[in-house]
Design a protein around this ligand. Sequence first.
Ligand code: AP5
Ligand code: ZN
Length: 215
Amino acid sequence: MRLILLGAPGSGKGTQGPILAERFDVPVISTGDILRAAVAEQSKMGQQAKSYMDKGELVPDEVIIGIMQERLAMDDAQNGFILDGFPRTTPQAEALSQMLRETFSVAIDNVINLEVSEEELVDRLGGRRVCSQCGATFHIEAAPPKQEDICDRCGGKLVQRDDDKRDTILKRMQVFREQTSPLVTYYDDQGLLCTVRATGSVDQISTGILSAIGK
Ligand code: AP5
Ligand code: ZN
């Protein structure tokens, strides 16, 4: 299964990705997670990426495409993958198709367009907490941890992401509208798009995604 999760910031890509990955026994590849790991390691690429991420802007296409070329060549991606947060621009989508076709002789099976109102997105991101150790995602109201600010899975401390401040959230929404939403038409024209209304419980949405792709 080769699936793209397309959706605005906060639409649930990071929540649904691991559920689908387990169902299809393929890795989730999240460009946001790869970039945040590079920031934490303070690598040169991480330091460059941080300045864009903190402003809610996209990291330049050539950096992201280079990262994905390396990641998709790894052994665990050869039988499929769930992409979370990539592609995000038309040049990234074109580079992905070319990479898959020319290097691996495969293609994307489906693109899931997760639809949520902008008002709910802002609430979701404002209330998000992530584990500083294992990366698990929570929400202070919709998916609270059993113990305040402590990760249920590993006991790590829960923190707010640097880019989940209100002004940065609004900027990320604008960037999504301007640079990423054209991919909805791009993939619809290729007959790959499945739009899923992504409100309700996490389980309901997973079921909606699976039924949209006929699984
Ligand atoms: P990235 O990490 O990809 O962030 P994003 O796209 O803004 O998406 P989020 O992680 O914010 O949201 P999500 O859809 O995963 O939602 P989640 O499941 O967490 O990118 C960060 C930055 O990196 C970018 O701004 C950019 O700078 C850079 N970058 C990354 N990829 C790039 C690329 N390809 N090109 C260029 N730059 C790139 O859910 C959100 C909250 O809602 C959580 O609290 C969750 O618990 C809650 N929630 C989930 N489902 C539900 C539900 N059904 N009901 C209620 N609450 C829910
Ligand atoms: Zn944890």
